[in-house]
Design a protein around this ligand. Structure first.
Ligand SMILES: [Zn+2]
Length: 93
C-alpha cells in the first residue's frame, strides 16, 4: 500500500515540472535576448535553479549566441586589437 502512495506522489510534481519546462523553453529566446518581462525572468531563473536540463539548454543557447556575437565583433574590430597586443608584448621584451 505504501509504495502505491509514493508512486502517485512521484507522478504529480513530474507533470507539473514538465509544464514548467515547456514554458521555460518558450521563454528561452526572450530571456537571452533580454526581452522577457521581469516576472518571466524570475520564473525562468527559479526554474533553472531546480532543473538541470533546462539549465544546460540555457547555457548552450547562451554559448551559441555568444559565439555568434563574438564572431561579429571579431569581424567589426579587425587587426587593431592584435596590433596593440603585439606592441605591448614587444614593450615588455
Ligand atoms: Zn526544466
Amino acid at each position: 500500500m505504501e509504495s502505491k502512495i509514493t508512486e502517485v506522489y512521484h507522478k504529480e510534481p513530474d507533470e507539473r515540472h514538465n509544464t514548467d519546462c515547456s514554458k521555460v523553453s518558450e521563454m528561452l529566446d526572450l530571456v537571452i535576448d533580454g526581452e522577457a518581462t521581469s516576472e518571466e525572468e524570475r520564473f525562468f531563473n527559479t526554474h533553472l535553479e531546480e532543473c538541470v536540463s533546462c539549465f544546460e539548454t540555457h547555457q548552450k543557447q547562451k554559448l551559441l549566441k555568444g559565439i555568434i556575437s563574438g564572431h561579429l565583433k571579431r569581424v567589426i574590430v579587425p587587426e587593431s586589437l592584435a596590433l596593440s597586443i603585439k606592441a605591448r608584448i614587444q614593450e615588455t621584451l
